[in-house]
Design a protein around this ligand. Sequence first.
Ligand code: RIB
Ligand code: CA
Length: 316
Amino acid sequence: MQNRSIIIDCDPGQDDAIGLLLAMSSPDELDILGVTTVAGNVPLELTERNARLMCDIAGRADVPVYAGCAIPMQRDLLTAENVHGKTGIDGIEIVEPEKQLEPKHAVDFIVDTLRSSEGNSVTLVPTGPLTNIGTAIQKDRSILDAVDEIVLMGGAMREGGNSSPSAEFNMLVDPHAADIVFRCGRPITVMSLDVTHQVLATAERRDRIRAIDNRAGQATAGMLDFFNRHDTLKYSSLGAPLHDPCTIAYLLAPQLFEGKQCNLTVETESELTMGHTAVDFWHVTDRPVNVQWMYEVDADGFYALLIDRLGRYRNG
Ligand code: RIB
Ligand code: CA
């Protein structure tokens, strides 16, 4: 497994937070240049606070955290407290993090970091609305030369919409930013609901996580207990889909996933289908391939990886 330099752009939310804990558990494989935060599941002042709290829990004071865009590029902000709770990470005790926020704006951090990076050397890992990434590309398109791959959570085809009949949350919040990203020309791997709905946090899996005797394991179990209540009712399922950690799991163990090259185009005009990800899965158009669309995951292997990596933390 080669060492990747990554920037995680997120809107914690319990699943983003667990993705951060998974990423920070693996310093030998993932060199986290920075964590950038964006408004999404909850407003920006909470997503940045929540990201900093995960750095405390992970004992990773070395990972810089930046606050980014507080509203989408063109639309009003849509949040999801009904799913994540008022704090965004309900399920654990919320304290003011020791980790301090970096003064630089997240978009400036992304632009400055990519401008000073070698070609094809940085992987972007967005797990929230794409406002920061789209804004950075709009600010200076040349930064894309440094982007090796974008591995993002968002969209849906077979699973339909979770935030409108047609759209997944991250795409619906900022479809205009998403459109910029999907047209950027760099390799993009998409972890959509079609994949994340296969990795359910069942009671058995949550019990195994609860048995992990460290702060990261206990925080993950607590967040999952809360995160589970909404989606198990919504989907009549045995557990909530653990969306965002799929991006990190792909970086650590790509063999767990299966996908194919497709065209993905985002709806940015129709209010009825705003944010819909139109995936040409069967290549019925001549639209150019622009994503690796993941559609299969070894769910048991995913949770075995998550539990193994969370177990690596040595802080009681
Ligand atoms: O639709 C699920 C996605 O929206 C996840 O990234 C979740 O954290 C929210 O951001
Ligand atoms: Ca998210």
